[in-house]
Every structure is written in C-alpha cells, then in structure tokens.
Design a binder for this molecule. Sequence first.
Ligand SMILES: NC(=O)c1ccc[n+]([C@@H]2O[C@H](COP(=O)([O-])OP(=O)(O)OC[C@H]3O[C@@H](n4cnc5c(N)ncnc54)[C@H](O)[C@@H]3O)[C@@H](O)[C@H]2O)c1
Ligand SMILES: O=P(O)(O)OC[C@H](O)CO
Length: 335
Amino acid sequence: MSGKTHSVAVLGGGAWGTALACAARRAGSDVRLWARNPDVAAGISGGSNPTRLPGVTLSSGIDASTELDAVLPGADCVLLAVPAQAVRGIMENAAPLLSDGVAVAICAKGVERGTLKLMTDVVAETAPAARIGVLSGPTFAGEVARGLPTAVVIAAPDEEAAKTIQSAVGSGSFRAYLSDDTVGAEVGGAVKNVVALAAGIATGRGLGENARAALVSRGLAEMIRLAVTLGGRAETVMGLAGAGDLILTAMSETSRNTSFGMALGSGRSARETLAARKAVTEGYWSAQAVAALAERHGVDMPIAQAVNAILSEKLDIDSAIGALLDRPVSAEFRM
Ligand SMILES: NC(=O)c1ccc[n+]([C@@H]2O[C@H](COP(=O)([O-])OP(=O)(O)OC[C@H]3O[C@@H](n4cnc5c(N)ncnc54)[C@H](O)[C@@H]3O)[C@@H](O)[C@H]2O)c1
Ligand SMILES: O=P(O)(O)OC[C@H](O)CO
C-alpha cells in the first residue's frame, strides 16, 4: 500500500456508506460523506447514525454534508454506497464534480431495473472519465463500522485504480483483496440477495435447514452460470463476492434480504414487510431484473425465477416451491 493520504468521498449516508466512511478513516484517509438528509449528515459529522447504525460510535473526523460540491471536488477515491436503483441519478449529478482519473468504487449490490444493466455499466455511462471498480464481499455494515475483522474484494480492470481503492479503505481489520473481474464481483453481490430471499422464504415456511443449504448451493450454481455467461469468472463467484457473501447473508437474520424472505415465508405480504422497514432490501428491487437478464441470455436460474414469480404475485409460495421440487434432477454442474 502507498503511504499517500487519500481524499475519499463517500456517497450515501445509509448503513453502508457510514460504515465505509469509518473504514476509510481507519485507513488514514481524509473522509467527506454526502447524505441527502441534513439530520443524517449532522449526526454522522457528530459521530453517530442512530437510524442505520444504532449504538455505534463512528470514527471521528468524518465530514458529512448534503451538498455534493462540498464532498466531491479533490477526492481521488469515491465510494458509491447508495441503493442500486439510485446510482444513475446520483452519478448524473456527481459526474461534473469528479476529479480527473478519480477511482469510483461501486459498493451497491444490484441490477438496474428496466435497463437490466450492471452498476459498472451505469457508472460508465454517467461518468465516462472515472476509473471504475467494484467493492463487494461479506460485510454487515454494523460490524465494519465497529472495526471487526472483515474481508472484501476490490475488482477493477485498471490495477492502479484497484490499488487506490485498496489503500483508501483497507486496513488491518478491513482486508481488501484485488481482482480484475468486475462482472463476477457484481453478479455475485447482486444475485446473492435474490438467493438470500429464497433461503429466507424457505426458512419462514418451515422447510428446514437442509432445504436452506440446498437453496444456497443451487443458488450459487445460478450465480456462477449468470456471471460466466456475462463474461465473469466462476472463481470470483466462488470467492468473497459470491459464496462468501451468500453464506453470510443467507444464514443470518441480520440480513435484510433473508429476514424479508422469512417474513414472506411466514405469511406476511411484501407490501406490509417493506412498509415496516426503513433500510433498503436490494433483492426485492433486483429480482425482476435478475430474472429478466437470465431469460435474455438463456441462463437457467430457476431459484431466481421462483423468487421473481413470488414477488410479482404470479405464483404463491407453495406453488413456487412445488415447481422447484418437480424439476428433473440433472447433472450437478452444468452451464
Ligand atoms: N448495510 C450493509 O450491510 C451493506 C453491506 C454491503 C453492501 N450494501 C449495499 O449498499 C447499498 C446501500 O445500502 P445501505 O445498507 O447503506 O442502505 P440504507 O437503507 O441503510 O441506506 C440507503 C441510503 O441511501 C439513501 N437513498 C435512498 N434512495 C436514494 C436516492 N434516490 N438518492 C439518494 N439517496 C438515496 C437513503 O436515504 C439512505 O441514506 C445497497 O446496495 C446495499 O446492498 C449494504
Ligand atoms: O442485509 P443485506 O441482506 O442487505 O446484506 C448486507 C450485505 O450485502 C452483506 O454482505
């Protein structure tokens, strides 16, 4: 890692943006953060984000603002941590304020609805001069904010950009591994949320731990098939940004995706479950796009399709489970 002090701009005052700001402060970076809500910005500057990270004392020295032009100019590394469906709008406003050659790390996990684009494509379209990377992996924000040991992958085609992001956020407790496979990292992060919804639904329905492990394993096979079809590598999906994140997410009620699925499985509606929570549940917003991407590319993804059918109310949960169990049993590994 270089000895340079990085100037980091974090976009997003939610759980993940706030936690990443803490990680970057621990890495020795100067950190400014943009949040759209003035109370949230004031709280973060004062050392807390009580709605998203209750009980956590944030690293000192995070300078938060609701003005993009107070945060972005001069930054050599941007951490993009708003929900995936907000990335295009934020980047359209941010692009004119970015420094030449800035490294932009996409920290959101999702696929754009409507266009079916991965976040790297959305950022490339909105900020063509940026050097784009993906920061992903098994990372519950509360643990990162507290400084508990965590490992992520930073994937970027430009190795220098990956190293900039690595040294801007990485530290002894936040181990940032490098990769050049953005597609594998992005598909892993986005699709694991949909698989976690499936695992939660099965758990909420009382199908047992064997069923959950089966969904996680077969869901991982779907993640690999989609990533490889889109140009990514299976090994990336088998690493931190895929299997690692899926294990964390699908096995824990801390996950918003898994707990959302559990609520559905136990009979609550998607609408009332969404209305009862403030934080984003990315699998809900990306399931349709993931299913449509699979269909467009002819990738067999029955679990993602089942989740989409449930969320779009084309199938009830028991019929969706029945349909999965009725599928012919084929070779375990196939593309
Ligand atoms: N929380 C985690 O543990 C975690 C870990 C890794 C990755 N992520 C990813 O990071 C992204 C953000 O998640 P989060 O946990 O911070 O969510 P969050 O719900 O805690 O916060 C989202 C923030 O974005 C803001 N926001 C929402 N819509 C917006 C818009 N249109 N324009 C501007 N701001 C908007 C909200 O006000 C909020 O401050 C997601 O893609 C998530 O999958 C989260
Ligand atoms: O709480 P979730 O389900 O949004 O998961 C958060 C992170 O993506 C875990 O790596």
